[in-house]
Design a binder for this molecule. Structure first.
Ligand SMILES: Cc1cc2nc3c(=O)[nH]c(=O)nc-3n(C[C@H](O)[C@H](O)[C@H](O)COP(=O)(O)O)c2cc1C
Length: 329
């Protein structure tokens, strides 16, 4: 009998498939469908600090300068309360339709009221929190140390403030990725999700206009998280969930072999719907059966940096000899 159990978000999960935070997880009916089809955990759509700030600024623009301050004071609380109340309703509705853990996702770009937000999300019944932390490094006056401090301070404060498990979802935009993960690992996290994938700008050459690039990932994007899961999994105490480009059972297997405890998927579910979970689980089980593995623990991390026969491939970045042999076409 094959056992797919694993651990992430501080819970024993029935399998390694987590539905990633997205608009797929912003609605109770969709959440119900994912839970019924076997999702091990569901991360709700993030509640965004920027969204609140934008709404706040739009209201501000419509007010005359003389009324600006009083309106801003009022709307600051009002908007936050409304956003919080609506997110609280989503958490409660999700809990009613899902036996799988429901994870609230908070996107912060600054410290502060987010600590209060985390407590309220906990009170609304979330089983865990995933902190979606990201600072786009486009500000030439912001040093890496400022970003590091923001990450560590936010995580420290929130893990101190709430009782439910806290995981962090990070991007790959770090010059010292291993060091940051190592430091985050010291904060008793229930997991690190690597990596978030963001909207990107593209250019329409006919209209000569900057446009938004495709929203969904393509499957070869799994190679970036695969490298870092392989490098970091033997070095971190907390579990890792791999995210970005995980589209098929074979990608899930690769991530587990590299040392991930779980995967978070969004794009594949946008394309194929919640019933696709069953297909992936079947593929994972068939592979385990063929290989004679009975549990995830039998092969998890078998090909991580410290266990692979050729670990240098994880750390090597330059093409060296393989480029020398490239004939071109
Ligand atoms: C339409 C859409 C909305 C998303 N919204 C969020 C979000 O609110 N919070 C978050 O942490 N990630 C969000 N993501 C990122 C996903 O959770 C996931 O990390 C990313 O899409 C990479 O996984 P994938 O290759 O399986 O799509 C979103 C992704 C998509 C496609």
């Amino acid at each position: 009998m094959i056992n797919l159990k694993t651990r992430f978000f501080g819970f024993e999960l029935k399998n390694p498939l987590i539905v990633a935070s997205s608009s797929l997880t912003a609605d109770a009916d969709k959440i119900k469908a994912f839970a019924e089809n076997g999702a091990a955990a569901i991360v709700l759509k993030s509640v965004f600090e920027e969204e609140i700030i934008n709404e706040y600024n739009q209201i501000g623009e419509s007010k005359s300068a003389s009324h600006f301050d009083e309106f801003m004071d009022y709307f600051d609380y009002k908007i936050r309360d409304q956003v919080l109340a609506s997110y609280g309703r989503l958490i409660k509705a999700a809990k009613e339709v899902s036996k799988a853990p429901i994870v609230a996702s908070i996107n912060c770009v600054s410290a502060g009221d987010w600590l209060q937000f985390a407590s309220q999300v906990q009170d609304a019944g979330a089983d865990a929190i995933e902190l979606n932390l990201f600072v786009m490094p486009f500000d030439p006056t912001r040093r890496a140390e400022d970003t590091r401090r923001f990450y560590i301070d936010t995580v420290k404060e929130i893990t101190r403030r709430v009782k439910i498990p806290v995981a962090v979802k990070i991007s790959s935009y770090f010059s010292d990725l291993a060091a940051i993960c190592h430091e985050l690992d010291g904060e008793k996290l229930a997991g690190i999700t690597m990596f978030n994938r963001f909207t990107s700008p593209d250019i329409d050459i006919e209209k000569e206009k900057v446009i938004e690039a495709g929203t969904l990932s393509s499957e070869n994007e799994y190679l970036l998280p695969l490298r870092w899961v392989g490098i970091l999994s033997p070095r971190l105490k907390c579990p890792i969930a791999a995210s970005t480009g995980v589209h098929e059972a074979r990608h899930v297997i690769k991530m587990l072999l590299a040392g991930a405890s779980a995967v978070q998927m969004a794009s594949a579910f946008y394309k194929k719907g919640p019933a696709y979970i069953g297909e992936i689980l079947k593929g994972l089980e068939a592979w385990m059966d063929k290989k004679g593995y009975e549990s995830i623990g039998d092969f998890k991390g078998r090909l991580s940096l410290t266990k692979a026969a050729n670990p240098a491939l994880y750390e090597r970045a330059q093409y060296l000899s393989s480029f020398g042999g490239y004939a071109g076409s």
